[in-house]
Every structure is written in C-alpha cells, then in structure tokens.
Design a protein around this ligand. Structure first.
Ligand SMILES: Nc1ncnc2c1ncn2[C@@H]1O[C@H](COP(=O)(O)OP(=O)(O)O)[C@@H](O)[C@H]1O
Ligand SMILES: [Mg+2]
Length: 237
C-alpha cells in the first residue's frame, strides 16, 4: 500500500532562518508514527510544515496530493487534523462549543451530534463537563478536549504535538490508551511528536529521530528502542 503521507526534501523557514533542512519520511496508512528529538530539533515545525502554517519548500504528498503551497484550511479539508502544542482550545467557550467548532468544515452536518456523543463515550470526563468553560478544565481534560476537537473533523491523519506535556503520568497513560483505541478502532493514522521518547516508542509502530532539522535515524519503534545511542541520549538507560 502506498504511504499516506510521503515527505521529501521538506524545508521550513522562519523569516531568514531555515530550521528544517530538507527532511524525508513516510507514514504508513493506519499506523502510529513518532517523531522524536530534543528541544529545538524541529518537531513542532515539522507538524506546522505539513499543515502549511510555516513557510515551506519541498514536497509533502498526502494521498498523492501536494500539501506544499496549499492554504491550511485546504489541508484540513483533505483530512489532516492538528493538535498543536499548548493544546489551543478556545478557553472562553464550553466543551461542547469547542467540539462543534472542530466540525465546522464538515459537510455531513447530520452526523455531528452523533460524533459528539462518541467523544463523550471515549472521554467520559468531557461528557460530565460538556457545559463547562474549557478554560476551567484541568490540563489533562484540556488535552482530551483538544484531541476530541481534532477528531471531530473525522480526519484520516491526526498530528499530535507533545500530548503528554505537563501532565501527570496517570493522565498521560489514560490519554495514550485512548489514542491507541482510536487508532485501532477508527483507523485514524497518527503522527506523534514527543520529547518523552519512551512513551512515544511504546505507542508508535515506527519512528524518526530529528536532530537540528535533519532526520538522523528511522526505523521501527523496536529498532530505535534497541539502538544504543538512542537509549543513551533519549531513553536515559
Ligand atoms: N516562530 C519562530 N520564529 C523563529 N524561530 C523559531 C520559531 N519557532 C521555532 N523556531 C526555531 O526553530 C527551531 C525548531 O523549533 P521547534 O520546531 O519548535 O522544535 P521542537 O518542537 O523540536 O522543540 C528552533 O531552533 C526554534 O528556536
Ligand atoms: Mg515543539
């Protein structure tokens, strides 16, 4: 089967500064892929480049369609949903209003209510707080809302930027368990960016290691987990 996303020679620049220097990677459909790397390696920029939220050059083919040069909204319409770092929920709106906003580009309006109920069954904490202002949720609940809002697009590919950041291990375990079930039950492919390499490799099927805007290593999660340099630099073992 061809890759869902095929990235070749992708560059990204902020003003005069190039921070992705032509990276290559592919995502297999139905899989979870992780991008690992130290702070500043270019992980967030890679997700922004796929979404066309930063100036890019090179190629990113999603189901054969070129993303580079499109508007972000068009990338979203093709089925790519982004859960940005810092979550980006609308704090003044209720949980349910956030979920409705997540579906705003969808044409099948009659299925939205059913999908909102599905999010509440996946994330019961959100159901209990459906009328609560998003800004008053705990960090873990806000992350759940950010993921649910992205899923309201019915995306084929979910981009996740450090979903574990700042959360207690117990909440992280709960969120990662739900991500796994969304992947296996709804066949949503995922590209997961994490500084927490252990967590990411446990969830993902394959992984890429970014070092200062370049792909330094690629393989299955098991291969990276077994690699001596990865173990020393990123797993602390
Ligand atoms: N808005 C920005 N303007 C200028 N430089 C940026 C901006 N955002 C990130 N950078 C730089 O780009 C590089 C990659 O950053 P980023 O993609 O955020 O890394 P990571 O997510 O892996 O920590 C870093 O050197 C960072 O300082
Ligand atoms: Mg980042």
């Amino acid at each position: 089967m061809p890759n869902l996303l095929e990235v070749k020679g992708l560059k990204a620049t902020y003003g005069p500064t190039e921070v992705l220097h032509g990276i290559d990677f592919g995502l297999e459909p139905g899989r979870i892929t992780a991008i690992l790397g130290a702070n500043g390696a270019g992980k967030t920029t890679t997700l922004r480049a796929i979404c066309q939220m930063v100036r890019t050059a090179g190629s990113a083919l999603f189901e054969g369609q070129q993303l580079v040069g499109r508007a972000t909204e068009e990338v979203v319409r093709l089925g790519v949903a982004h859960v940005p770092d810092g979550r980006g929920t609308f704090t003044a709106l209720s949980v349910e209003e956030n979920l409705r906003l997540g579906a705003h580009v969808r044409r099948d309006k009659d299925r939205i209510a059913g999908d909102i109920d599905k999010m509440y069954s996946r994330f019961p904490r959100l159901g209990e707080r459906r009328h609560q202002q998003a800004g008053t949720l705990s960090g873990g609940e806000q992350q759940m809302l950010a993921i649910s809002r992205a899923l309201m697009l019915r995306p084929k590919l979910l981009l996740l930027d450090e979903p574990s950041f700042g959360l207690a291990p117990k909440i992280v375990a709960e969120i990662f368990r739900i991500l796994r079930s969304i992947n296996s039950e709804d066949q949503v492919s995922m590209l997961l960016v994490e500084q927490n390499a252990k967590l990411a490799l446990e969830l993902a099927d394959q992984a890429y290691l970014l070092e200062t805007g370049r792909v330094a290593m690629a393989g299955t999660s098991a291969q990276l987990m077994a690699d001596e340099s990865v173990r020393r630099a990123y797993l602390g073992v």
